[in-house]
Design a protein around this ligand. Structure first.
Ligand code: ADP
Ligand code: MG
Length: 600
């Protein structure tokens, strides 16, 4: 076989294999180009999810005739003026996107430089360039891509339904819109508006908050806490969802490095570490975090799609994220997310409706569904969003309580215990229902953590040391961590090949099922890989210990015990959710209860 240099068209097609996977990747490359060109408005149109037609129009600085011809050539870029791959300040820099797209589709690039009176356009179809020729074009650039993958039919077969492709494209636009709040975005398919974000003005912090609310929804905005930290020139900002606002996967975690959306294992791992002791392992928080790193301290040239990054000092970045998130969540105190009470209220629809009406029926008054106003309307009304629990009260509570009264307690005064599981407390503005097990678990965990930080956890010797049988690998794992566990008040030692001997347990746990505890710990240790710092490991172990040491549902509490629990919750950071991310309490406001009964 003869050795030869590949023709450009083939090289570009090969490059396209890495950069252009589906319509969404074309959208990403083109929108990034518009952002790099300083656009303030970017409009994206799709047909068939982008497979047959997509266009991106911007009002950026545009290109003149000669630059237009150059832009579609391989490795042509205006973005590395000093040949410096170390300090990259733009989203693009590889000079690959336009030729790659032109190699596998029919690309038309029309542009007019901001300072020029004339527009030009150029075509590339399956790698063949035609133009530039004069064109009527307002200042800015419009890239039009037709018949994606017509030149590479094998790829064409992998395209999914238009809905799926449209979904991926919308996802790309959402991410970039979060990164550039000052830019207006629209995504339309045919006549249909899919996304529309007006430019958000004001300072970056406000603009970002508004854009995040527009993209991620009010629910997120209402149930997230601000995160801000800086260390050694690395800045972290953003919003972190309360643990109770959790999801089954990490899809709603948005991470940006120097305004570039990334999906990076290190960053995702840091988020997991930070929420480890407030969320179960299979639940994931929602958040949007923006990391600003000096360009020379991060390498974005890891993969052609540029979604992975390498940090010069990954320990610093990880520590910053974990620390800032923990602090933000601790500051949120006993707050739990408003959507929890909303969900509870949704379930508390008046029994008289009794399933006669399917959920999601057309609103009363829709043709053909005569129904008396009243209960059903009210039922719907009280599913409207509640205010978040500790939002600054817009109006003082109706009966302004004297400060020395019990009403001054945010979690109120215990009135009753029901089903030996829930504490019902009266507050100044309504009532609170506490899950006693979840709440106590939280308190024990925070105590353990505090004791740990203050030098050690009080232990209590077992009258009879307990032998716990495990499979040999698990026994070895537990024995290997004996040092860490000792700091937590748990004295274990190896006991033959498939067992450990437990001599002491943390005094806080009281009478506990030692065998169950050790088995759970062995599972924990198996899940936690060695990349996780000792501190995080201990946090997870604290959570397991706390779960074993807390008041079980089903234990009767007297009034003093209940009130003590409420006061402790108020004084404890992160008391709003148990270590599995479930809320420890929900609040119903008097006004919501009144609405429930049609008094409002
Ligand atoms: P890269 O973005 O990596 O430089 P591209 O192939 O995406 O490579 O684009 C090549 C060049 O074309 C860019 O460097 C830029 O100068 C120019 N360009 C592309 N899109 C636009 C646009 N929307 N507005 C202005 N210039 C653009
Ligand atoms: Mg580019």
């Amino acid at each position: 076989m003869a050795l030869r240099l590949l023709p450009d068209t083939l090289v570009n097609r090969i490059a396209a294999g890495e950069v252009v996977e589906r319509p969404a990747s074309v959208v990403k490359e083109l929108v990034e180009n518009s952002l790099d060109a300083g656009a303030t408005r970017i409009d994206i149109r799709l047909d068939d999810g982008g497979a047959t037609f997509l266009s991106v129009t911007d009002d950026g600085r545009g290109l003149g005739r000669d630059d237009l011809a150059l832009a579609v050539r391989r490795h042509a870029t205006s973005k590395l003026p000093d040949d410096d791959l170390v300090r990259i300040a733009t989203l693009g820099f590889r000079g690959e996107a336009l030729p790659s797209i032109g190699a596998v589709a029919r690309l038309t690039l029309a542009s007019r430089a901001a300072d020029s009176g004339e527009g030009w356009e150029i075509d590339i179809e399956g790698g063949r360039v035609d133009g530039p020729r004069p064109a009527a074009q307002p200042p800015g650039t419009r890239a039009t891509v037709r018949d994606l993958f017509f030149a590479t039919p094998a790829r064409l077969k992998f395209l999914k339904t238009p809905q799926t492709e449209r979904g991926h494209a919308a996802e790309v636009v959402r991410r970039l819109a979060m990164a550039a709040p000052g830019v207006g975005f629209s995504l339309t398919e045919g006549e249909r508006d899919i996304l529309r974000y007006p430019p958000a003005g004001g300072d970056l912090f406000d603009a970002r908050a508004r854009r995040l609310a527009a993209v991620l929804g009010r629910d997120f905005a209402d149930n997230a806490v601000p995160v801000a930290a800086e260390r050694e020139g690395v800045r972290l900002d953003g919003l972190a969802g309360l643990p109770t606002l959790n999801r089954p996967n990490a899809a709603l975690q948005f991470l940006f490095v120097n305004d570039r959306p990334v999906r990076d294992r290190l960053l995702l791992g840091a988020v997991r570490g930070a929420y480890r002791d407030v969320l179960a392992g299979d639940r994931h928080p929602m958040l949007a975090l923006f990391l600003e790193v000096p360009p020379e301290a991060v390498d974005v040239n890891v993969h052609p799609a540029k979604t992975e990054v390498r940090f010069r000092d990954s320990g610093l970045v990880r520590g910053l994220i974990v620390g800032a998130l923990r602090q933000a969540l601790a500051a949120a105190g006993h707050r739990t997310s408003s959507h929890v009470s909303r969900a509870a209220l949704g379930a508390a629809r008046p029994a008289i409706e009794g399933g006669a009406e399917p959920v999601g029926r057309p609103p009363a008054g829709a043709p053909g569904t005569p129904s008396p106003p009243g209960l059903s309307d009210r039922a719907r009304a009280f599913q409207a969003p509640l205010r978040p629990l500790d939002a600054p009260p817009s109006a003082p509570p109706a009966a302004a309580a004297p400060p020395e009264s019990d009403d001054a307690y945010p979690l109120g005064v215990a009135r009753a215990q029901v089903h030996e599981t829930y504490i019902v407390a009266q507050t100044a503005t309504g009532l609170v229902i506490v899950d006693q097990h979840a709440a106590h678990e939280r308190l024990v965990q925070e105590r353990l953590r505090a004791d740990l930080e203050n030098g050690g956890v009080a232990r209590q010797g077992l009258l009879l040391p307990e032998v716990v049988e495990l499979d040999p690998a698990a026994a070895e794992r537990v024995a290997a961590r004996a040092g860490d566990l000792a700091r937590l008040g748990l004295a274990v030692e190896p006991f033959g090949p498939g067992a450990v001997l437990v001599r002491e347990v943390p005094a806080l746990l009281g009478d506990t099922d030692v065998k169950g505890l050790i088995r759970d710990l062995a599972d924990d240790l198996a899940e936690l890989d060695s990349a996780i710092s000792l501190e995080d490991r201990l946090g997870a172990v604290c959570a397991t210990l706390a779960c074993h040491g807390s008041v079980r549902a089903g234990r009767r509490l007297n009034e003093a015990e209940m009130n003590a629990l409420l006061r402790q919750m108020e004084a404890t950071p992160r008391a709003g959710q148990c270590s599995h991310g479930r809320p420890t309490y929900v609040e119903l406001r008097l006004s919501d209860i009144e609405r429930l009964f049609g008094r409002r």
